[in-house]
Design a protein. Structure first.
Length: 94
């Protein structure tokens, strides 16, 4: 008992039969192919905010080498890839 349901029909206008038919179908998943922008934090204060810790602890985390792959430093400017830093800390704490 397959009926073609108008996909532009508002949900509140569906009959019970149409609604149950939609519930039994596999969902249509829209994929988002747009590349994600990196979330960056800057400086020791950015690391402190990312890990919710003090500036002293953020300095220890940076100097420990645990998140070196996430850090890019040019002179005094520190840039940290937040997602990668969180992953590295999670994998190092196992």
């Amino acid at each position: 008992m397959k009926t073609n349901i108008d996909l532009n029909k508002p949900l509140w206008q569906l009959t019970v039969g149409e609604f149950l038919e939609l519930m039994n179908q596999t969902p249509i998943v829209a994929t988002d192919n747009t590349p994600k922008e990196k979330r960056l934090v800057y400086g020791i204060s950015g690391i402190a905010q990312l890990f919710n810790c003090s500036m002293t602890t953020a300095n220890r985390i940076k100097s420990s080498g645990r998140i070196d792959r996430a850090i890019s430093q040019h002179g005094r400017m520190i840039t940290v890839d937040a997602e990668l830093a969180l992953e590295l800390m999670k994998s190092n704490n196992l």
